[in-house]
Structure formats: structure tokens, C-alpha cells
Design a protein around this ligand. Structure first.
Ligand SMILES: [Zn+2]
Length: 166
């Protein structure tokens, strides 16, 4: 009886350990090289704590907290880390999720990686120039792409004006 309990306990222990290692796995693109690279200290000095948590630490803002949800002017949404234009206001739509949503990024703006944290297979989206984490992309979006880029508003800066960045 005691032996059996011991075996069960150690099996549980093994599972716990591997689950932990899996959750703490670094993002797949961490080893990737980006055009703009800064030290942790430089990013911390440049970004607000919330921006840092999202962009550099793969964080997620609480839904319905981004002022950009209500942003309906023409313009461009740029990376809060390096100001690269990422999304046009023309592709923004109301997803009802509480996060700013777009059906398409601008050309040559974002990169993606497979994200398997928290037991879900999701596609992570980051800025192609500085590697800053922006959110995730899902395949339940509207036409014409059928994609839903679910972005953290605090990872973006809005620049009103011309909505076709260049
Ligand atoms: Zn960037």
C-alpha cells in the first residue's frame, strides 16, 4: 500500500515537473534575430511597465482596457516598441472580444510563431522589426481573409491620418 502510494506520488511529481517546464518554455522566436535589438534595461527605460510586460514578456492586457478599442479614425496602428506601421484602420473591425482586432496586417509588418503555452495551440504575432509580442492570430475572422488578429492595444500606437502607411 505504501509502495503504491509512493509510486503514484512520484508519477504525479513527474507530470508536475514537465508541465512546469513546458509552461515556462521561452517563446519560439526568442532566438530569432531582429533588425532592432535592445537590452532588457533599454527596453525597460523606453517602455511603460505595461508595454514592457506585453511586448517583451509575452503578456496580455486585460480585455476592454485599451483606449484603441474606441479608435475609429483613419490612420495607422504602429508598434509601440519601434513605431513600425503594422495595421491600417481600414482593416480594423469590432470583434467583441475586448481586444483591438484586425483582419489583415500591413505588408512586411509582422511575424508569427507557434505558441503552445497554457495548453493551447495558438499562433503568436510579433513585430517583424523589433520582435515585440503583439498578440495572436485566429482563423475565425471576417472576410476577405477570414483571419482575426487579436492585438494588445498597449502594444500599439495610433497615428491618425493616412491609413495606407508608407
Ligand atoms: Zn516593433
Amino acid at each position: 500500500m505504501t509502495d503504491r502510494r509512493l509510486v503514484l506520488a512520484s508519477i504525479a511529481g513527474l507530470f508536475g515537473l514537465s508541465a512546469l517546464r513546458w509552461l515556462k518554455g521561452s517563446p519560439a522566436h526568442a532566438a530569432e534575430k531582429f533588425e532592432i535589438e535592445k537590452t532588457e534595461a533599454e527596453w525597460r527605460a523606453q517602455l511603460t511597465p505595461q508595454q514592457y510586460e506585453i511586448l517583451r514578456n509575452q503578456g496580455t492586457e486585460r480585455p476592454w482596457t485599451s483606449p484603441l478599442l474606441k479608435e475609429h479614425r483613419k490612420g495607422v496602428f504602429a508598434c509601440a516598441g519601434c513605431d513600425l506601421p503594422l495595421f491600417s484602420s481600414e482593416t480594423k473591425f469590432e470583434s467583441g472580444t475586448g481586444w483591438p482586432s484586425f483582419y489583415k496586417p500591413l505588408d512586411n509588418a509582422v511575424g508569427t510563431t507557434e505558441d503552445r503555452t497554457f495548453g493551447m495551440a495558438r499562433t503568436e504575432v510579433h513585430c517583424r522589426r523589433c520582435g515585440g509580442h503583439l498578440g495572436h492570430v485566429f482563423d475565425d475572422g471576417p472576410k476577405p481573409t477570414g483571419l482575426r488578429y487579436c492585438m494588445d492595444g498597449f502594444a500599439l500606437n495610433f497615428h491618425p491620418g493616412n491609413s495606407s502607411a508608407s
